[in-house]
Write a protein that binds this ligand. Structure first.
Ligand SMILES: [Zn+2]
Length: 230
């Protein structure tokens, strides 16, 4: 079930002038569409900010609101309402894309809580050697040497089966570490969702560290995959 927020900024409806909270896409009194609301992505769906979400309910609500906001429904409305149907739809789409994805959702909520996180899914940048997780230093050093060798072998057209096998092993190992990070993250979701401020602060720190480790590991896996496939 979707939970309705109890705290919100009251605003007067442009159409019926009755006050309602600033989070809603439609006036609860006259049902008229409202300008893009001022809340966060969770409040677009009338959800409390949590990391564990009922994804089926989220999807259902997304489709319901999409239909209600569809620009075709406002073909004969005044210009304001037409524009709001487009702007509200764009907001709804952004909110849904962010909340349905576990990593984006986690990053988004942590940022709402004021946490500093690196680039989201930045993808393209090379692994930054200054940010190697301490427990992986040796392996990453070894891996980088092997990657260099492999690139050199590709350039000179040589085949090195032993090197290739070793890189495949490394890739599997880093993929397993990635899965461990994901299960640690899911465990933190439960801690954060159930906790109060004193529990949430340290939990947020652990999640930021896990997200950084995750980004680092997935860049490594991508580097190995690219080098092997080159
Ligand atoms: Zn109204």
């Amino acid at each position: 079930m979707l939970k309705v927020l109890d705290s919100a900024v009251p605003v007067a409806c442009w159409s019926c002038s009755i006050g309602h909270n600033d989070f809603t896409l439609f006036c609860p009194h006259c049902s008229k569409i409202q300008p893009p609301p001022g809340g966060d992505y969770f409040s677009v769906f009338s959800l409390a900010p949590k990391l564990n979400l009922d994804l089926a309910a989220l999807e259902h609500e997304f489709h319901r609101l999409s239909r209600k906001l569809h620009p075709d429904r406002f073909a004969r409305s005044q210009d304001n309402e037409k524009q709001w149907s487009l702007a509200d739809t764009a907001l709804l789409n952004d909110a849904y894309r962010t909340l349905k994805d576990p990593l984006r959702r986690t990053e988004y909520l942590l940022k709402l809580e004021g946490a500093e996180i690196g680039e989201e899914h930045s993808g393209k940048d090379r692994v930054d050697p200054s940010r190697v997780p301490a427990d992986l230093l040796e392996e990453v050093f070894e891996l980088n040497m092997q990657l260099e060798e492999m690139r050199a072998a590709h350039t000179s057209g040589e085949k090195d089966a032993a090197l290739e096998a070793s890189l495949l092993d490394a890739k599997e190992k880093f993929e397993a570490l990635l899965q461990a990070v994901d299960s640690d993250l899911r465990a933190e979701w439960l801690v954060w969702d159930a906790g109060d401020g004193t529990v949430r602060q340290p939990s947020q720190k652990r999640m930021v560290a896990l997200l950084n480790r995750r980004r680092y590991l997935s860049n490594l896996v991508r580097d190995v995959t690219e080098t092997l496939g080159a």
